[in-house]
Design a binder for this molecule. Structure first.
Ligand SMILES: Cc1ncc(COP(=O)(O)O)c(C=O)c1O
Length: 385
């Protein structure tokens, strides 16, 4: 967490009072929630009444996909199609597949190019042919594995012509690239505080006021009756403090991280010549803190364990089942082989990353890759034959 957010969090944790209670402590806690709502909304380019606090990005994505689908489908039963992409985070992809399995929806999964950018021609064709049948379009603002930034404005333009709402999972984008909800023309947008220096377990769904969203949970009727549950005043306060700082420092921080990113990519390329960068080149189409490589012949979890033993904590960015790295659905969608998609490593650079961290990584990475390759040879033979 950013230091300012952490301090704000601790201070608020000492406060007593449920923000929905009418007594003095309750009213004070409510004023903290509403102040945080205003500050957070301002940082996101939204109106405070558009902000619905949640427990994080997963909940916000689920409310948007299910809530919009149910409302739009019940207003017009022809609307059964949910248009999404093959590289969404599971928080966006799985609700679409669940609605397909359980609620008669059709999930239309758009392909991406080799850099992980959504195929706009495929979207245009789908909208031209089926606009009457589309309940919503859901595309992530930036991808969490390979850092590819999606053409959200172009997508919104295509959808708006037919009044189709667009949801964006902006979890990886907020605080890292400029995000302005109003200017984007989006219907809804999911954010998560721990991705920009706020606390874990806090997020928000930004939702235009003219939309009907069917709630997933029912109870106390908080947050426009869309998200019932006791309001987490301390968490929202800390999230707003973090969002303000991350957005205010965005331009400088993106430049600083971009320089570290380019340096790391160059040095990996020199030290491990067969390593291949995934996703767009550094620049406006890639998150500045994301470095993602395929290390051919190197099972991700073997490399992760070797790096971990040297104090380097990296991730392969894909789900682990029973300790076995699965081939990433994102890399597969980008046209990589199953073997390559299971041989990836993502290095995430953030506000605490300094040049010495890049040196420390490069001091161990080439040998770690060699060691992991030896182990991986046996392992991959078993898995892939
Ligand atoms: C793109 C994206 N969406 C959604 C999520 C889920 O957010 P949360 O952990 O706050 O539920 C993540 C988390 O890594 C993410 O990267």
């Amino acid at each position: 967490m950013l230091e300012r957010a952490r301090t704000a969090y601790f201070e608020e944790l000492a406060r007593v009072g449920n923000p929905s209670a009418l007594h003095k402590s309750g009213r004070l806690a409510r004023s903290v929630v509403e102040d945080a709502r205003e500050r957070m909304a301002r940082a996101l380019g939204a109106h405070p009444t558009e902000l619905i606090w949640t427990s994080g990005g997963t909940e916000a994505d689920n409310i948007a996909l299910k809530g919009l689908y149910w409302a739009r489908h019940s207003a017009d039963p022809r609307r059964t199609r949910i248009v999404t992409t093959a590289i969404e985070h599971h928080a966006g992809l799985d609700p679409a597949h669940w609605l397909e399995a359980e609620h008669g929806a059709t999930a239309v999964v758009l392909p991406v190019d080799r850099e992980g950018r959504v195929d706009i021609a495929a979207l245009r064709a789908e909208v031209a042919e089926n606009f009457d049948h589309i309940a919503l379009i859901s595309v992530m603002w930036a991808n969490n594995e390979v850092g590819a930034i999606q053409p959200i404005h172009e997508i919104v333009n295509i959808a708006t012509e037919h009044g189709i709402p667009v949801h964006a999972d902006a979890v990886q984008a907020v605080g890292h690239v400029p995000v302005d909800f109003k200017a984007s023309g989006l219907a809804t947008m999911a954010v998560s505080a721990h991705k920009f220096g706020g606390p874990v377990g806090v997020g928000a769904l930004v939702a235009r006021r003219d939309l009907t969203i069917t709630p997933l949970t029912h109870g106390g009727g908080q947050e426009r009756k869309i998200r019932s549950g006791t309001l987490n005043a301390a968490g929202f306060h800390a999230a707003a403090v973090a969002a303000e700082q991350a957005v205010a420092e965005l331009a400088d921080e993106a430049e600083r991280l971009g320089a570290l990113q380019r340096d790391l990519i160059r040095r990996i390329g020199e030290a491990i010549p067969d390593a291949r960068l995934s996703g767009p080149q550094p620049g406006p189409e890639r998150l500045p803190g994301n470095v993602h490589f395929i290390f051919p012949g190197c099972a991700a979890e073997a490399l992760m364990f070797v790096l971990d033993s040297h104090g380097v904590e990296a991730s392969n960015g894909s789900a682990c089942t029973a300790g076995v790295a699965q081939a990433s659905h994102v890399l597969m969608a980008m046209g990589r082989s199953e073997r390559d998609a299971a041989s990836t490593m993502r290095f995430s650079l953030g506000h605490t990353t300094v040049p010495e961290d890049i040196d420390a990584l490069m001091a161990v990475l080439p040998e770690a890759v060699e060691r992991a390759r030896k182990v991986a040879g046996t392992f991959q033979q078993e898995v892939f034959g």
